[in-house]
Design a protein around this ligand. Structure first.
Ligand code: 6PG
Length: 255
């Protein structure tokens, strides 16, 4: 049975505290001598959570065991305010005792096709893998109002099904080139966590979790870890259109 859970929080702080304790426990459970590998997202919700992690958990989590990667990056220079690496570094990583050699940036300033290939090779060499597929311990995703995840947008679903580990993508609104993780890697992760907040996400959250409109396939609808766990960490505003039983029990499919 698919292990999918929905956890609803009344505030960003409560959500951040829970995500921090979730991360702390998973890292503590990981095998001695192995790194706990995380792929970070971009976006305003993750940014708020990163800030809380930095403020409250810099010395409460064994960051030495952690290797940091990204699920996607915008094709901009390293110091550009659009950079997901810059956002994570400024809000979280600069406050943590993670050795530089354990932080693996996607080079947004490089040619996207070449960098997607390089980063896919880098992933293969620096995280666990089974049958040739890289296995992240944790992939954190935001959710776009259009149902995009990482930089896989609804008009580029083929990227979800790609045989590559990372691909070049394009934001259809801004035409900004992106580099994104593919569905092959996402669905082989041990844990996938969605961080979603705000009333403006209520429609898409309900759509994806309850799969109402089967006519449309959203990238987020395709996230279903084969042997892993999918957890939605959302606030009450984003959860407001969910079935009352999901709101009450947080389990899905309803057990
Ligand atoms: C990015 C992210 C993207 C983001 C969602 C949600 O590079 O922008 O990886 O997938 O997580 O768009 O972002 P918000 O939380 O800002 O809505």
């Amino acid at each position: 049975m698919k292990r999918e859970r929905v956890k609803i929080f009344t505030s960003i702080k409560e959500l951040a505290d829970h995500s921090a304790l979730f991360l702390k426990k998973r890292i503590e459970e990981s095998r001695d001598g192995s790194f706990f590998t995380i792929a970070l997202p971009g976006g305003s919700t993750p940014k708020k959570i990163f800030r809380h992690l930095a403020e409250g958990y810099a010395d409460k989590i064994n960051w030495d065991k952690v290797r940091i990667f990204w699920g996607d990056e915008r094709c901009v220079p390293i110091e550009d305010s659009e950079s997901n690496h810059k956002m994570a570094y400024d809000t979280l990583l600069k406050n943590l005792s993670i050795p530089k050699e354990n932080i693996f940036r996607i080079r947004g300033e490089s040619d996207p096709v070449l960098e997607a290939k390089r980063y896919g090779e880098l992933i293969k060499d620096n995280i666990a893998h089974e049958n040739g597929i890289p296995i992240f311990d944790l992939i954190i995703l935001g959710l776009g109002e259009d149902g995009h995840i990482a930089s896989i947008f609804p008009d580029q679903l083929d990227l979800f099904y790609s045989n590559k580990f990372y691909e070049k993508a394009k934001d259809p609104k801004s035409s900004q080139d992106r580099i994104t993780i593919t569905g092959k890697i996402i669905n082989h992760a041990r844990h996938v966590v969605f961080l979603v907040t705000g009333q403006h996400k209520a429609d898409i959250v309900s759509e994806i979790i309850e799969k109402k409109d089967t006519a449309n396939i959203f990238p987020a609808s395709l996230v279903s870890p084969f042997n892993g766990e999918l957890i939605w960490m959302i606030d009450t505003a984003a959860a407001q259109l969910l079935d009352s039983k999901i709101q009450k029990y947080g389990a899905y499919p309803l057990e």
